[in-house]
Ligand binder design. Structure first.
Ligand code: GLC
Length: 543
């Protein structure tokens, strides 16, 4: 199961990637049209977020049919063509399996509503009266996690939107359905899978109120989750394929369990702890500058902890649920290019498999929307109402949403300087960031100093230097909040790397560790070496 270690995954949010038919909505043919661009970048796998039949209440994470393509994205033939064309370029497709919940429009849920006991057992229904919620748990998109169905006299659980009903994994029939879906896609030539919030599938035996939190401690990394994953992987026939689990509020110990090679669960995990270092008191909607010391500590704990127990991390800053890293942890003004490159370096040399989210390789920024009408995401729209309801002013609410909205990562891919950044000839489903005339693929492709060229170099370096994919990691200068520094060593080729990243916009003096003075510079975002690290400078030394 070693064959994902020197690979790079590129994440595509098809809705915003490339629109081939002018309806303002990206599609599968659009992805196929851009395969040469992706092959040129050198990536090995494409993870496509869901394009299955769906009412699109949560942009496809509300699946109505796991085996059908939503017509907005194209047809099964379009997908087959994409698989074939990607394969010709040595690129494998990974699909996004949303197995914690289905859309309430899924046939199973509809049959449950119609009174079929078999399908009621596919979900988590609790008998009750409309004035008495089964528990006080809170939905991750705001509001209660239960919805009452008057005609059944029952509540159903939805950890996300009210149209995303949680599945009952205690039911073996549900587990078999899921394995069968994997077999279906594997037979189509799909090479790997990303599992959406998969550590939430195992719910507790007893449902009780949470007086200390929102309920997550009762269902996160739940009692049977490892057992269910092992079973799913075996029954789905996907052991040895590249797989990644999205792990919500997880622990290091569980992620070791999910990924340690002998466990036959997953290849690797996404965890999100490093993306909460700017949440005040853990609250996403309370702003705070990023705590660099906390960030460094988390990286160190997860990197060294996974290494010690043969676990494997997915490395990432960006995805379709996160604001753009350059706007969040770097600078999208004065040091845009420097900070985009530094952030990339910081994670691409760590121990794990890097993920590049569409447009990240161009240094795409948050769009800085200024009106609530510009947002589309169900979570942002819910929280706009919640924050206003708490008495926050319109201006303060919009400032919070502009920094925290998932739509920051969902604006159209910036292909060129033409209208709508070349994403569509129609009206895009969501607005484009204003800076597309300067930040775009066409402008960056042939510029050796561009962010895009830097990412391409990072992808190639991983293939050339085994120490990146196989070496050990050790963190340095743990007390220095401004400087992220680590050493890679212990690979068969005997190479060693020293990675130094200035996380700030000011100069940071460094004293090189013993033995590193005068070594070769492998990569950096400033041409000349200087005595101190300049704003957002990164340097990778090799010996
Ligand atoms: C994951 C997805 C997110 C989705 C949620 C519910 O966090 O990445 O986009 O809204 O799960 O499926």
């Amino acid at each position: 199961m070693n064959d994902f270690k020197d690979k790079v995954v590129y994440q595509i949010y098809p809705k915003s990637f490339m629109d081939s038919n002018g309806d303002g909505f990206g599609d599968l043919k659009g992805v196929t049209a851009k395969l040469d661009y992706l092959a040129d970048l050198g990536v090995d796998y494409l993870w496509l977020t869901p394009f299955f039949s769906s009412p699109q209440r949560d942009n496809g994470y509300d699946v109505a049919d796991y085996r059908a393509i939503d017509p907005r994205y194209g047809t099964m033939e379009d997908l087959e063509e994409l698989i074939r064309e990607a394969d010709k370029r040595g690129i494998g497709l990974m699909l996004d399996m949303v197995f914690n919940h289905t859309s309430t429009e899924h046939a199973w849920f509809q049959r449950a509503l119609a009174g079929e006991k078999k399908y009621q057992d596919y979900y988590i229904f609790k008998n009750g009266t409309p004035d008495n919620l089964p528990t006080n748990w809170v939905s991750k998109f705001g509001g209660p996690a239960w919805q009452y169905v008057p005609q059944l006299g029952k509540w159903y659980l939805h950890l996300f939107d009210v149209t995303q009903a949680d599945l009952n994994w205690e039911n073996p029939a549900v587990r078999e359905e899921m394995a069968d879906i994997l077999r279906f896609w594997k037979a189509k030539g799909i090479k790997g899978f990303r599992f959406d919030v998969v550590n939430l599938i195992s719910k507790p035996e007893v449902y009780e109120d949470d007086f200390a939190g929102d309920g997550r401690r009762f269902y996160t990394d739940g009692r049977n989750v490892h057992k269910y994953l092992k079973e799913l992987v075996a029954a789905g026939g996907i052991d040895g394929m590249v797989t990644v689990g999205e792990m919500s509020s997880t622990s290091l110990e569980n992620c070791i369990g999910y990924t340690a090679a002998g466990n036959h669960e997953l290849s690797m995990c996404f965890n999100f702890h490093h993306l909460k270092v700017d949440y005040k008191n853990g609250d996403k909607w309370a702003l705070m500058p990023a705590d660099h010391l906390a960030l460094k500590k988390l990286f160190q704990t997860w990197q060294e902890g996974m290494q010690a127990h043969d676990g494997w991390n997915a490395l990432f800053w960006c995805n379709h649920d996160q604001p753009r890293a350059v706007s969040r942890f770097g600078s999208d003004t004065a040091y845009w290019k420097e900070s985009a490159k530094m952030l990339a370096t910081a994670i691409h040399f760590m121990r794990g498999t890097p993920y590049i989210y569409q447009g990240e390789e161009l240094g795409m920024t948050n769009p800085h929307f200024t009106s609530i009408d510009q947002y589309r995401d169900v979570e942002s729209l819910n929280y706009y109402n919640i924050l206003r309801g708490e008495g926050k002013s319109e201006a303060e609410t919009l400032d919070i949403i502009a920094q925290r909205s998932r739509d920051n990562g969902r604006t159209p891919m910036q292909w060129d300087a033409s209208a709508n950044a070349g994403f569509t000839t129609g009206t895009p489903w969501i607005g484009t960031a204003d800076n597309y005339q300067t930040i775009n693929a066409a402008a960056e492709m042939d510029d050796p100093d561009s962010v895009r060229s830097f990412y391409k170099t990072l992808v190639h370096l991983r293939k050339q230097h085994k120490v990146i994919s196989e070496g050990k990691i050790e963190f340095l200068f743990p007390e220095n909040a401004d400087l992220l520094a680590y050493r890679r060593y212990g690979a068969p080729d005997g190479e060693e790397l020293l990675v130094l990243c200035n996380l700030t916009a000011h100069e940071v003096p460094v004293t090189l560790p013993e033995g590193w003075a005068g070594t070769e510079k492998l990569l950096g975002n400033y041409t000349e070496m200087a005595a101190a690290l300049r704003p957002y400078e990164c340097t990778v030394l090799k010996k």
